[in-house]
Design a protein around this ligand. Structure first.
Ligand code: NAG
Ligand code: NAG
Ligand code: NAG
Ligand code: NAG
Ligand code: NAG
Length: 443
């Protein structure tokens, strides 16, 4: 008994004598006061309404802590826990009135903290909130009940959590969402129709999950413009029928999905596509009939695949900004007329293990900037190899080219020729190679 009384007394005395509250300046424009683990007050000391708040220990946001800060943007940033330990180690505790009086707040971000919501809804009252990001914070589900109180939410980013599944009712309240990021979670199950009703959704990122591509997966997303589904699927893999529900797609990123072939009709329901990345798959062949009908295409990347053949005419007469076919690991020959009719600002065939070019392989191709053939296995340039090509920069650097045939560039329109790191660079003979004297040789 005596001991307990004594301890209580000590606590009272120390509470009076010690000034527990310490205040520090943050980001130059704010002063934050902390009492042990609790942020008690944050005050504005300037005109900024944008606060990046770095936190590096377990923290509780006290009731009304930000009432006098008049913030429109608040980022509660805990330190990145490092690549190995992906789950956060520090805890962020909210109290029922942690965000009271923040009716001006439009953007709230929390990164790398285990959030303790205290079975309450700290977000109630954030009536202006448009964007909420809770990244790498050990969430196991979409906190739907809590987010329901945010009538103006347009952007929801819950990436790098441990969310395992989503059902239609999880997202039903968020009719105004424009951007949804659920990448780097553990989603094994996305029920058909989960996104139905999100009529305004423009951007959806589901990359780095392990779900099944079920029919109706993207049902209702008629306005979707940007879809990221890199390394998204379980062992059944990607299925092209999911595109039937997203006719207005403009940008598609689907890297690392173990695609080995481009099946006929794979992109036929997304004819408005402008930008396509198939980075990091195992595609071996680019057949005709896949791309040349997608008239809006501006950029195609099939980099870091196993391309062995490109069927002549595969790109038809498209007019592209970029065609990136670099970093393909399988030895190959570029066949005659492969790119005939194509116009591109930049065509990259860098590091593609190209050992030989057939006559007129680039005939009928117009490249307004750079055709990059550097770091391949070319040993010579034959008389017809580049016949019919129009290009500004042709880069043949870092190929083991020993000989360039007489008049090899006679029927090539070019302004610069790159020969860095080639054996032949020491025997430049523009006249013999059929190159105009105005052409610059880079060596
Ligand atoms: C709060 O900030 C907004 C701008 O974000 C400003 O218009 C308003 O006057 C500020 N209110 C107060 C009380 O400082
Ligand atoms: C706040 O969120 C809106 C809506 O997503 C976004 O357009 C805006 O760029 C964000 N502002 C900041 C400063 O992050
Ligand atoms: C992450 O959340 C789970 C379940 O909510 C919990 O059991 C686990 O302890 C949390 N991880 C850490 C590092 O706190
Ligand atoms: C989604 O979040 C990831 C991880 O933070 C980020 O790399 C990606 O760019 C985001 N997606 C979109 C569409 O902004
Ligand atoms: C893709 O291939 C890798 C390596 O072969 C394998 O680990 C992974 O499970 C495969 N993914 C799918 C979706 O089949």
């Amino acid at each position: 008994m005596k001991i307990i009384v004594g301890l209580n007394l000590l606590a009272v005395v120390s509470g009076i004598l010690r000034n527990d509250e310490g205040c520090v300046s943050i980001s130059g424009n704010f002063k934050a006061c902390r009492e042990s683990q609790t942020i008690t007050r944050v005050m504005s000391e300037g005109f900024s309404s944008y606060l990046i708040f770095p936190l590096d220990s377990d923290t509780t946001i006290g009731a009304n802590a930000f009432t006098n800060a008049n913030l429109s943007v608040l980022r509660l940033n805990f330190p990145y826990p490092g690549k190995e330990k992906i789950t956060p180690t520090l805890t962020l505790t909210f109290l029922p009135h942690s965000f009271s009086g923040m009716s001006e707040l439009t953007n709230l971000t929390v990164t790398h903290a285990n959030i303790n919501f205290n079975c309450d809804n700290p977000f109630a009252g954030l009536l202006s909130l448009q964007s909420l990001e809770i990244m790498n914070s050990n969430l196991t589900e979409v906190p739907t009940e809590m987010l329901k109180s945010l009538p103006n939410l347009e952007e929801l980013s819950l990436e790098r959590n441990q969310i395992r599944e989503i059902q239609p009712h999880d997202l039903a309240p968020f009719k105004r969402l424009r951007i949804l990021n659920l990448s780097f979670n553990e989603m094994r199950n996305i029920a058909p129709g989960t996104f139905d009703g999100l009529d305004g959704l423009r951007v959806l990122d589901l990359s780095f999950n392990v779900f099944t591509a079920v029919p109706g997966l993207l049902k209702g997303l008629t306005q979707l413009e940007i879809l990221r589904i890199s390394k998204s699927f379980d062992h059944h893999g990607f299925q092209s029928f999911i595109f039937q529900d997203v006719p207005n797609l403009r940008k598609l990123q689907m890297g690392y999905n173990n695609l080995t072939a481009l099946a006929p009709g794979i992109f036929d329901s997304i004819m408005s596509l402008r930008k396509l990345s198939l980075y990091g798959n195992q595609i071996r062949n680019i057949p005709t009939g896949i791309f040349e009908r997608l008239r809006s295409l501006k950029e195609i990347s099939i980099a870091d695949n196993d391309l062995e053949t490109i069927e002549p005419g595969a790109f038809g007469d498209l007019n592209l900004d970029g065609l990136i076919l670099s970093l393909n690991r399988v030895s190959k020959i570029i066949q005659s007329d492969t790119f005939k009719g194509l116009t591109a600002r930049r065509l990259s065939l860098n590091k593609c293990k190209i050992s030989r070019i057939e006559p007129k392989a680039f005939g009928g191709l117009r490249v307004t900037q750079m055709l990059d053939l550097s770091e391949n296995d070319l040993t010579d340039v034959g008389v017809e190899d580049f016949s019919g090509l129009t290009v500004e920069d042709l880069d043949l650097s870092q190929n083991p080219i020993e000989t360039i045939a007489q008049n090899a560039f006679k029927n090539t329109v070019l302004q610069r020729l790159g020969l860095y790191g080639t054996p032949v660079k020491n025997r430049v003979d523009k006249n013999s190679w059929g190159i105009d004297s105005s052409v610059e040789i880079m060596k």
